[in-house]
Design a protein around this ligand. Structure first.
Ligand SMILES: [Zn+2]
Ligand SMILES: [Zn+2]
Length: 444
């Protein structure tokens, strides 16, 4: 997931009364969970110790492909640079599903003192930096390998087919490169295998280990970057009337842009954010510069609101600049961005019971909307999908105060690996077996 700093908010316990008919964990899930537990921990620690940045997941992809081959699968490699995909063919007819794990790490210098802490350094944006699995994608990759092993073991009686998607570059490709979910789709991920449903998970510092968080409809924000270049005419600071001042125009744009959300957006429907992250212009105190560049981010939870805010911001920039006699080149957004991550309501309603079966209904929490973004959203635009959070903070530590995802101190309780394996496996098997009767159907 991509986010500034993780947002901690009070969590609501969705349900305190366990329904009398709460489904139980499938015995094969319990058994598989035990059987793959040590391997998943070992995989995760290996990935943790050898993190790789977005679009550079060469070793990780090779390890994943090798592990899949050892299981007897025939992985396809090199999709969207380092993506790895394998299909498990069940012995019985049934639906098609896809399960996704992301594999990339972040330019963060680890400060955890774990025995398997990363010592890796690299160059990123011209700076030397440590590399760390600070978002927990090492856990996701380990979990999906564990599930692969479990499913291969039950292949004969498995209805349908499962596509395993090991995705690179979730955090965003380096400048000038493409990557991640959108590139995998562009390169034909769903061309020959269009899943009926897709599932993914994310370990999450703000939830205690043992809990999972899921929410129907919008879950994580659409994230868009914008660039506004305000062009004036350079002149001496003592004679502003001799030119056009882009600094004054830029200041008014920043001020007026606040009204895009506060005056023109229906924030009673969904929250939204416009933030400026950087302003650059000028070189010396007594020179009014030619140009000022404004860069920022927009977060939204609804496609129509997203488009409207883009248009409103570009409109404010252009017309406020014009009021100053300046011009604005407003690229809103300046790149494709990430769509809002939406959980299919019917699918989420159906599969929630599978999560409850593993952790108990009182431990399935409805988290608040997350301002962070996730490129799982691209798959969810193509097929019904559900993305959920797996609590990662150890017992005894306040999840609100615990170092968040992306922090150099982000520390995941490894019990969350077991929860991740069993919940995602239960979800997959329940779906494939047609369990948790879809909403409106009887029985199940
Ligand atoms: Zn992240
Ligand atoms: Zn992430």
């Amino acid at each position: 997931m991509r986010m500034p700093r993780f947002f901690a908010a009070p969590l609501l316990l969705a349900c305190t009364l366990a329904p009398a008919t709460q489904a139980a964990e499938r015995p094969e899930v319990t058994a598989a969970g035990k059987a793959v537990r040590d391997a998943v921990v070992a995989w995760r620690r290996d990935f943790h110790q050898h993190p790789e940045l977005s679009n550079r997941e060469q070793r990780t992809a090779a390890q994943v492909a090798q592990a899949l081959r050892k299981m007897g699968l025939k992985p396809r490699t090199g999709i969207a640079n380092h993506g790895v995909v394998a299909i498990i063919e069940g012995g019985k007819p049934g639906p098609k599903i896809a399960l996704r794990a992301d594999m990339d790490a972040l330019p963060v210098t680890e400060q955890t003192n774990l025995p398997f802490a990363s010592k890796v350094t690299t160059t990123f944006n011209g700076q030397t930096t440590g590399v760390m699995h600070a978002c927990g994608h090492d856990a996701h990759t380990g979990i999906l390998l564990g599930i692969a092993q479990a499913l291969v073991g039950m292949k004969k009686d498995l209805p349908g087919q499962v596509m395993l998607v090991f995705q690179p570059s979730e955090e965003g490709a380096p400048t000038g490169e493409e990557g991640g979910a959108s590139l995998m789709l562009k390169q034909g991920l769903f061309k020959d295998f269009k899943p009926d449903a897709m599932f993914g998970l994310h370990v999450f510092s703000t939830l205690p280990v043992g809990t999972v968080g899921v929410r129907s409809g919008p879950l994580m924000a659409a994230s868009d970057k914008f660039t506004i270049k305000v062009k004036g005419r350079q002149t001496h600071g003592s004679r502003p009337w001799g030119g056009i001042d882009p600094v004054a125009a830029a200041a008014d744009i920043v001020g007026s842009a606040q009204t895009v959300i506060s005056r023109r957006t229906d924030i009673a429907r969904h929250p939204a954010v416009v933030s400026f992250g950087s302003i650059h212009g000028g070189i010396r105190y007594n020179i009014i510069p030619d140009e000022v560049e404004l860069v920022g981010t927009i977060r939204t939870f609804d496609e129509a609101m997203r488009k409207k805010i883009h248009a409103d911001l570009a409109n404010v920039a252009t017309h406020v600049a014009a009021a100053h006699g300046a011009t604005a080149d407003a690229q809103v957004p300046d790149s494709p961005g990430n769509p809002v991550t939406v959980n299919d309501p019917a699918l989420t309603q159906r599969m929630r019971a599978s999560l409850e079966a593993v952790v108990g209904s009182e431990r399935v929490i409805e988290p608040p909307l997350q301002m962070g973004a996730e490129d799982f959203s691209y798959y969810a635009k193509e097929v019904p999908a559900m993305f959920y959070f797996v609590g990662a903070t150890a017992p005894g530590i306040d999840p609100v105060a615990a170092p968040s995802n992306h922090s150099p101190k982000f520390t995941l309780d490894e019990t969350s690996l077991d929860i991740g394996v069993r919940t995602l496996l239960q979800v997959a098997l329940d779906y494939l077996h047609g369990g948790n009767a879809p909403a409106g159907a009887s029985g199940g």
